[in-house]
Design a protein around this ligand. Structure first.
Ligand SMILES: [Zn+2]
Length: 427
């Protein structure tokens, strides 16, 4: 066995406040024990606060301008076509490439398709084919024997919450089985396992967390209690030389209103849409000055950059100022909607900053910003009851020597990634 190992447990989307609540109320006693002996802090997510960007920052210790992942969807340069970036688009090598020893990496979002590496890698959301999600491939039958599933069955989830909750639990069982098997089977130096059912559960059932009389309140708590059980087992196997890190990629809160950013841009004269949208392409008409991609990434429709570009390069700054004033003053039912307005130069550094949206918005509590092109109203409210937030992710570290630098101010997912990288290369 390697004398110094690093274990990283991800709880997708879990906010610090919920972690504190569930540990103090007895739902997560093992995690509570780790918190008592460790260092716990709130953490900033990536901007935007979506899993693909945040986990890419965590596994590389770099920002989107360096690692090149800006969202779940991206623009094809020189066109209005959109595409889904994947692991092949990640421009900075993940920490397991730097490690001298073997790594086990299970269910990290946006790491599909897997690549050869020293150890075992099973990719997370969005993974399509099992044979591109597991490396080395000879492990596939072993995983199948343990009922491993790449994700929940979204078809089932759509049929109703009952099936959704059942499916989440089955997926969790199979993932834990696979994790236990690989924990013993591989002589690893770094082990990373991300629980993603937490994010799905909070999207669909955040109301069940808050409301004790909700039909699924106990199911919600039970999912976390089962995860805590698995964390307890992992924790009991560690030696005092091992570093243990637990973290989330973004926080979560109650979703009160969806806000359709493109609807606002259209009604304020910034966006003109063609009547007949093409598949996998934005229907941007000439005369458009700005448009948005999910969740709230604003692109200036610059001449020379886009086929129907209408803003001259020298007018970019003026256009951004107009947008800052529009978003800064946006109110819905008397409440301010936008908390932060960032220009890309303020938040990103690195060689791929050109590919970034010109501006990214972060919403005030309760507002869920969306980049849909088809919404007919400025606001809406779907079935989903929870949404991501930016400033309430958490980071828990057990190993006193390595928290230096984190005591002053709230760290970000990039800082957490740098820490992981430093630990893994030190081994
Ligand atoms: Zn999510």
């Amino acid at each position: 066995m390697n004398p110094n190992r690093v274990v990283i447990i991800g709880l997708d989307g879990v906010p610090l406040s919920m972690l504190k609540d569930l540990t103090q109320s007895g739902i997560m006693p093992h995690t509570r024990q780790i918190i008592e002996d460790g260092f716990l802090t709130s953490m900033f997510s990536s901007i935007p606060e979506v899993s693909s960007v945040a986990w890419s920052s965590i596994i590389t210790g770099s920002n989107p301008g360096e690692h090149g992942i800006f969202g779940f969807i991206d623009m094809v340069p020189g066109s209005y076509k959109t595409r889904f970036p994947n692991f092949n688009d990640l421009k900075v090598a993940p920490f397991w490439r730097q490690s001298q020893g073997k790594s086990v990496v299970i269910n990290v979002p946006s790491t599909y398709p897997v690549k050869e590496m020293n150890g075992v890698h099973i990719s997370g959301f969005v993974s399509v084919y099992l044979n591109k999600s597991v490396q080395p491939k000879f492990l596939i039958p072993e995983l199948e024997r343990r009922g491993y599933r790449l994700d929940i069955n979204f078809e089932k989830a759509r049929q109703g919450l009952e099936l959704f909750v059942e499916d989440l639990d089955e997926t969790l069982t199979a993932r834990i089985k696979a994790g236990k098997y690989l924990w013993d089977y591989i002589d690893w130096q770094s082990f990373m396992f991300v629980f993603t059912g937490t994010d799905r559960l909070m999207h669909f059932l955040f109301d069940a967390y808050e409301d004790k009389d909700h039909k699924y309140h106990d199911n919600f708590l039970n999912h976390f209690s089962r995860i805590d059980q698995a964390i307890g087992e992992i924790h009991s196997k560690l030696t005092e030389n091992d570093t243990f890190i637990m973290l989330s990629d973004h926080g979560f809160e109650r979703l009160e209103k969806d806000v359709y950013v493109n609807r606002l841009l259209a009604s304020e004269g910034f966006l003109a849409l063609k009547p007949n949208p093409e598949a996998k392409s934005l229907n941007i008409d000439s005369g458009t000055k700005a448009f948005a991609l999910d969740p709230a990434r604003i692109y200036i429709n610059q001449k020379g950059k886009y086929p129907a570009g209408s803003v001259e390069a020298e007018d970019r700054d003026a256009c951004l100022k107009e947008l800052e004033s529009l978003f800064g003053s946006l109110q819905i039912e008397g409440r301010k909607v936008i908390k932060h307005i960032y220009r890309k130069e303020d938040i990103y550094t690195g060689p791929y900053i050109e590919d970034a949206a010109d501006m990214v918005l972060v919403a005030e509590k309760g507002f869920n910003l969306k980049g849909s092109m088809t919404a007919e109203e400025l606001t809406g409210k779907g079935q989903v009851t929870g949404k991501h937030n930016y400033d309430e992710a958490f980071l828990l570290i057990k190993n006193g020597d390595i928290v230096a630098g984190f005591e002053n101010g709230q760290p970000s997912v990039v800082d957490a990634g740098k820490l992981i990288r430093a630990l893994v290369t030190k081994i």
